[in-house]
Design a protein around this ligand. Structure first.
Ligand code: ADP
Ligand code: MG
Length: 224
């Protein structure tokens, strides 16, 4: 495992201004994730886990503080630069899989590659390799609705890995799965981390959190 810092958050804060007032979702968070780490973020509902993951995944921006990702000063980037870095550096897996129903499994997995200047045949080959990695190559021509939840999440993991991202971020990846399928996804994460993939996961389940190499807790927006 190499110890190069991949992610460094410094005094990161996120506030939401709503009609009901200002909500401090993330308060002064400092966090380092090194290449090769497998980190779990735990904490009760509403403590800010998804907000933090969205910021880490460049799906949302912080209000204050610094975010360094693989040498990029994310907090200084504009929306276009962030989209470009996100496509290169981030693989994101959601609780609800978020596959596109009108696209086949293969088309879903190949989608992140359409932003690259790449021949269609090359995109298909890379997407098929990613599907093979999660044991779903035989379902390439299926549509998401024809798959079980566990299979859909495997496809979502294949899609997240297709660009060979610096980090795999997963927000409650087993939250919509029964225990057998949840275990299979966690076995897959173990394998990916053993192969050197950096992972940061939010989970409610302490059994799954214990499988990662370190656990941090969020409590009302404060990391401890
Ligand atoms: P968790 O994922 O730990 O359940 P969230 O990060 O979703 O928690 O939410 C943290 C807090 O921020 C909650 O109080 C939530 O209501 C608030 N929040 C999250 N997203 C928004 C938003 N877009 N607008 C206003 N408040 C939000
Ligand atoms: Mg959440």
């Amino acid at each position: 495992m190499n110890n190069k810092p991949l992610i460094q958050l410094t005094s990161l804060t996120k506030t939401f201004t709503t009609e009901a007032g200002v909500i401090s979702a993330i308060k002064n968070v400092n966090l380092t994730i090194n290449a090769g780490d497998y980190l779990s973020i735990a904490g009760p509902s509403g403590c800010g886990k998804s907000t933090l993951m969205s910021i880490l995944g460049l799906l949302d921006t912080s209000s204050e503080g610094q975010y360094l990702l693989n040498g990029h000063k994310v907090h200084e980037l504009d929306v276009y630069q962030r989209a470009e870095i996100r496509n290169k550096e981030i693989g994101f897996v959601f609780q609800a899989f978020n596959l596109i129903g009108d696209l086949t499994v293969l088309e879903n997995v190949a989608l992140p590659l359409t932003y690259r200047k790449m021949k269609k045949q090359d995109r298909i080959e890379i997407a098929m390799n990613s599907l093979a990695k999660v044991n779903m190559a035989d379902r390439a021509k299926f549509y998401p609705a024809q798959l079980s939840g566990g299979q859909q999440q495997r496809v979502a993991v294949a899609r997240s890995l297709v660009v060979d991202p610096s980090i795999l971020l997963a927000d409650e990846p087993t939250g919509n799965l029964d225990s057998k399928n949840a275990n299979a996804i966690m076995d897959l994460f173990d394998e990916l981390n053993e192969e050197g993939r950096t992972i940061c996961m939010v989970t409610h389940d302490s059994r799954f959190a214990k499988r990662s190499s370190s656990i941090v807790h969020l409590d009302d927006g404060i990391l401890c």
